[in-house]
Design a protein around this ligand. Sequence first.
Ligand code: FES
Length: 107
Amino acid sequence: MHIEKHPVLGRQLHKPVTIYFNDQPYQAYTQQSVAAALMANGIKKLGVTRKLVQSRGLFCSRGRCCSCYMTIEGEDHVRSCMTEVEDGMRIYPNMDDPEVRRDIDED
Ligand code: FES
């Protein structure tokens, strides 16, 4: 659920845009972070942990941890809490390490 009017900050929703999470369309608003837009649409699982493969979600919400890493517009491990939505943006959960790490490990 999007917060339309905050008791302290006032009107919060700006221009509506469409984002795609796992190729499904969702409504978001300009100036929202990707993580906030996903949360407002009921999506709380942003990926899985590397070692234990457990669900990851928002933790700090201010770019200080790695909990909200997602694949955004083809780029792996982007902090979704610090990235603003754009119309047509393609977003996928980070379910694995990027390919570059596998290449290094195999050498
Ligand atoms: S939730 Fe901590 S960096 Fe995004």
